[in-house]
Design a binder for this molecule. Sequence first.
Ligand code: ZN
Length: 494
Amino acid sequence: MQFLADDRLEGRDTGSRGLDLAADYMAEQFQRGGLEPAGTDGYRQRMEFEVSRLDESRSSLVLVHNGTVQPLKLGEDAVLVVSSRATDRLEADAVFVGYGLVVPERNYDDLAGLDLTGKVVVYFTGGPPDMPSAIKAHYQSADERRRALRKAGVVGSIAIPNPKSIERPWSRVAASRFEPKMELVDPGYDAPPPLPLAVMFNTDRAGRLFTHSGHSVEALFTAIQEGKPLPRFPLGVRVRATLGMQRSRVTSQNVAGMLPGTDPTLRGEYVAVTAHLDHVGVGEPVNGDRIYSGALDNAAGAASLIEVARAVRESRTKPRRSVLFLAVTGEEKGLLGSQYYATHPTKGPIVADLNMDMYNPLFALRYLEIQGLEESSLGEDVRAVAHRAGVEVQPDQEPEHNRFIRSDQYSFIKTGVPAVTFKFSYLPGTPEEGVFNQWLAERYHAPLDDLEQPVDRAAAARFNALLADLTLRVANADSRPEWRPDSFFRRFVR
Ligand SMILES: [Zn+2]
């Protein structure tokens, strides 16, 4: 972690020299740790990305009502989200569509009965409180949203962060708007393309969108807080956007090493242990610091990958299945490196993914929160190893944050692979809760997630040991992990 989060690696942005150095380091550590190369070029699996950058000096966003123009301040009211498909000029009527969600199996459709062809939709992120969080999370993924909106003929979207689940202050959303946006040149599946216009709107300024609609934004906030259904209505304004963009391409790589299994009948199956190596690079300075070191997000996870590999290799029990250790690129750009691996696997079949992303060893390891705990038989494996380690397991404490689909495990889940991911947890109302929330508010995706921050190293080491134990248990079980019969994610099994 000391090496990976050093300023010299400049925040490990996808496609940067800093991330290449990090990849060299991982490959070297994998080799020293006795892992076999499992990439397409030694330990590396390279891929190409299409890059879009916002040039705000050539951009604007206004609302037009009866010919009167109401300018919006980019960075304060809203930010433009560029992509390979973003158009440089667009004007269209705006319609409020509640949560903008379409969930066929719940007969839930925020777009039904509205003529949205050629329109820009405005929606709150999140969804109705009575909808199971896994379903809600899945249909809020970029792919599913794009698919539904494109089908309805929508040309642009304005997302307003849900006031109930905001996790980054607006200033940091605004600061991140100049980060390059990336897409895989070869995603390996039929990915729905981004919309011609995508905007993120400041929740505190959202009232500006509703001035001419006959509805107050306060009433909508109240409905959200009380879990009442949201109305849908035309906003009585046209959205006019001009986008300045620069486009380019970069190459980056996953780093893969493996330990061959010992059982002739099982060694063709792989247990994947994954962590993203990239972070967001150099950006807007905060207190004079421009380097987003990503120490806990996710240099720590990548470092743990090395430690877990060592522990598994040195353990007296040898894994019956093979184990794949995979450090992926492009996570911060939308889980792209793991997506690429899942659709272009170098080893397989992969039967489980144990993913580490921002597991956050901020205090002693007493409680471990598991995303995916109730979804597959991996939940029982985690419970068993945690019990042995004297750690209490908790299900997702904040399902409204969609964490189960927000890191690399989701790329594997979408190809049918049972997965879990981990976070140091706490009991509500304890000091640890304060530490965790303060970390999110001050350090998450900020330059302060660096090597200076307090980290409980002994607790991190306990976590590594637990994860090595889990890896061995899954690699040695008679049968491979399975989704629970009632799990939403079972649908991806092919
Ligand atoms: Zn992360």
